[in-house]
Design a protein around this ligand. Structure first.
Ligand code: BTN
Length: 321
């Protein structure tokens, strides 16, 4: 969206009637230009009534994760100060990677309505029908070596679960970072890192939340916020998650990893359960005992041995799986 169109939208967000003359004066443009931007907004799905004497009134705001709409709900510190909204793209992680390589600052967020090549963990695809999910990526530049960042993806899950709680729904975590409601997956997180053995250039946290609908079929049972009774705009959900990420990533990078991982334990549905862990080479079954200080999963295997997993797909066994 053009910068000036965005500013005209900001002027209308209160929902109060605003005269074209007043908006034109505040923004230093002509009334004809205001009308042109209002027309553009209408083509984007914003319903704006105009009455002689009263002016323009925003009567319906579409559910886009656009910066102006997101910033109504929170004041960004670092994360989401700049939010680039794309109507569609291949993958927000890939879009953000391009900007990261070009030197974009930490905190940049890219959000979209539709991905044509959305990516999931372990090389899988991630699909969501247009406009039904909150799809976004956040750029981080932590001053920590890659070896100390494994827990960061767990912390991202903690942040999403806390955000959902602040919005009124209880979410739980399945190792490493799937977010569930009532045992069904509502959010997936894909963390990608670029760096050297002892130096992190950047981390991209890609987050997909099923807001209005969820994919049917597939390897696991999904749900959406709407199906669980939470009917909220994607902008509001994004604001809550960015607020929570700011706090939790702040803790993690300030040396409070133990506190973050303890929060993960408290919200986990994995620990204390029988699990199967599928790695690239084999599947192991046993009791999920704990996570290490680095966030790896410790499983007491059925053959009596203990194994520590740094990666893998977990299936919960038994009741409530
Ligand atoms: C998973 O497999 O559970 C992780 C899914 C991550 C999906 C999100 S949607 C926004 C971002 N862009 C992508 O291509 N993937 C992530």
């Amino acid at each position: 969206m053009h910068d000036m169109t965005t500013q005209v939208l900001s002027e209308l967000l209160s929902g109060e009637a605003r005269s074209g003359q007043d908006i034109a004066k505040r923004l230093g443009i002509s009334r004809a230009a205001v009308w042109k931007h209002v027309t553009t907004l209408r083509t984007l799905g914003y319903e704006i009534s105009s009455r002689t004497g009263a002016g323009y009134t925003l009567t319906l705001c579409p559910d886009h994760p656009h910066a102006v709409l997101v910033h109504q709900y929170y004041s960004p510190v670092t994360l989401g100060k700049t939010i680039i909204y794309l109507a569609e793209c291949g993958s927000t992680n890939s879009e953000l990677r391009l900007r990261a390589e070009a030197g974009a600052p930490a905190g940049l967020v890219i959000a979209t309505d539709e991905q044509h090549a959305g990516r999931g963990r372990r090389g899988r695809t991630w699909t969501a029908a247009r406009g039904t999910a909150l799809l976004f990526s956040v750029l981080l530049r932590p001053q920590m070596p890659p070896g100390e960042l494994a827990g960061l993806t767990l912390v991202a899950g903690v942040a999403v679960a806390e955000a959902l709680k602040s919005l009124g729904v209880t979410a739980t975590l399945k190792w490493p970072n799937d977010v569930h409601i009532a045992g069904k997956k509502v959010c997936g997180i894909l963390a990608e890192l670029s760096g050297e053995l002892d130096y992190t250039s950047y981390v991209i946290l890609g987050i997909g939340v099923n807001v209005w609908a969820h994919p049917q079929g597939g390897d696991y049972i999904s749900t959406s916020l709407a199906a669980e009774g939470l009917r909220l705009s994607r902008a509001k959900v994004l604001a809550a998650i960015l607020t929570s990420l700011e706090v939790n990533i702040g803790l993690f990078t300030a040396g409070q990893q133990a506190i973050c991982l303890e929060k993960w334990r408290q919200q986990s549905t994995t620990l204390g359960r029988r699990v199967s862990v599928r790695t690239a080479t084999a599947t192991y079954t046993g009791l999920a005992r704990d996570i290490t200080p680095e966030g790896a999963l410790v499983v007491a295997l059925d053959d009596g041995l203990e194994k520590v997993f740094t990666t893998g797909d977990v299936t919960l066994r038994g009741a409530g799986a």
